[in-house]
Write a protein that binds this ligand. Sequence first.
Ligand SMILES: NC(=O)c1ccc[n+]([C@@H]2O[C@H](COP(=O)([O-])OP(=O)(O)OC[C@H]3O[C@@H](n4cnc5c(N)ncnc54)[C@H](O)[C@@H]3O)[C@@H](O)[C@H]2O)c1
Length: 391
Amino acid sequence: MANRPLNVGLVGGGGGAFIVNPHQKAIFFDGTRRVTCGALHPDPKIALSEAENWAYPIKGYTSYDEMLEEECKKPVGERIDYALIVTPNHVHFDPAKKALEKGIPVFCEKPLTVTLEQSDQLVKICKEKNIPFCTAHTYLGHWSSRFSRHIVRSGLLGDIRWVDAYYIQGWLSERTEDTGNMQAEWRVDPKRSGASGCGGDIGTHAMMQLRYVTGLEPVKICGYMETFVSGRQLDDHFTVYAQLNNGGRAMVRTSQICVGHLNDLGIEVCGTKGSLIWRQEEPEKVEIRLNGQPDRVYFRGAVSANDGFLGDLPEDLMAEPTIPAGHPEAFHDAFARLHRCFEADVRAYQAGTYKEADGSKYATVDDGRFGIYFITKVVESNANKNAWVDI
Ligand SMILES: NC(=O)c1ccc[n+]([C@@H]2O[C@H](COP(=O)([O-])OP(=O)(O)OC[C@H]3O[C@@H](n4cnc5c(N)ncnc54)[C@H](O)[C@@H]3O)[C@@H](O)[C@H]2O)c1
C-alpha cells in the first residue's frame, strides 16, 4: 500500500516523561505516521503497564531489545519503520546502534550520546548502511529557522562578523533535582547526562542553531563550564567564545540558572551590511535590519516570494506546509516538520532511493556527533584554564 502510514516504535516515554509528548503529537500531525509500539520504561512491568494505559492502543514491550527483535520478525508494513529514542542521554547509544544494525532508521534525541567514541560508531554504521538518522534538534524545524538560514546564506547581511547564539533557562536555579523532578534528577548526574550538564542539554541546541542558520563552523573555542548551585557535579552555566571559519566570532551562551528565563533560545547574526534576529519564544518572527534602511519584520505565513526586497525565495521553502498567517505555529509544528522530512527519507530508504541527508531539513547523525565533539572540546578548554583549543 503506497500511502500506508509509517509505524514508529518508541524507546522511552512512560511514567510522566516529557519530550515524548511533543514527538508523538508530531508523529500523528500529518496522518502519514503513527506510533504502534513502545518500550516505555526500564522496568519491564512498568513498561507493559504504561503501554496498556497509553492514550491509544499500542503494543507494549518489556525492553527495547525485545521490541527490536520482535518487530523485525514482522513483514515490512507491519513492523516499525523507524525508532524514536526519547530516553535520557546515556540510553541513546545502545538502542540506536541496535536499531541501525537491524536496518531500522532512527530518530534520536540530543545530545547524541555520552561519549565521542559512541557517536563515531553511530556515524560509521549510518554511512556503511546508508540509513536515515535524525538527531532531534527541534528548533531547526521552525519555518522561520529555514527562512533565516536562507537569508543569511543569500548574502543579504554581507560577510558575517558576529553570531550570538544563546539558550537561557532558569529552571535549575535551585536544587530542582531534590524536589522529585524526574527530568532534573538525571540531567545533573554525569553518568546519565554526560560530561556537561547545561552544555550537553542546551549548549548543543545553540551550537546547532548557529551552524544550521549561518553555515559557518567554529575553528577555535574557549569555554567556561560553571556551576552556581552548590553540590552539583555538572555545569549549570556554559559559555563559549568561538572563532569561526570565515574569520568571524561567535558566542554560544547557555544557562539554566537565570531566574525568569524559560526557553530563551535565539540567534543574532551580524554581517557587514545588516543583522538578523530570531527568538524561539516568538518563533514566527524574523527581524532583518540593514544599514540605512528601515527595520523589517517578517512573519511566517506572510512572506511572499516576490516582495521586491528578499529576491527569489527557494521553492522548497515556500512549498513547506504551513497554516495561514495569524494562526500561530510553534514548538509542535517544528517537531512535525522534522518528522515529516524524516518520513520522506525513510520512504526513500525503503524504496531503495535514499541519498544521505544533507542537513538542510533536520540535524543528521554527523550533526549529532559534532555536538558531542563540541562538548568534548569545551571540557578540554575548561580543564585547561579556559585555553583556546582547535576544533
Ligand atoms: N529536542 C528537545 O527539544 C528536547 C527537549 C527535552 C529533552 N530532550 C532530550 O530528550 C531525552 C529525554 O528527555 P526527557 O526530558 O523527556 O526525559 P524524561 O526523564 O522525561 O523521560 C525519559 C524517559 O525514558 C525512559 N527510560 C529511561 N531508561 C529507559 C530504558 N532503558 N528503556 C526504556 N525507557 C527508558 C523513562 O522511563 C522515561 O519515560 C533526553 O536525551 C533530552 O536531552 C530534547
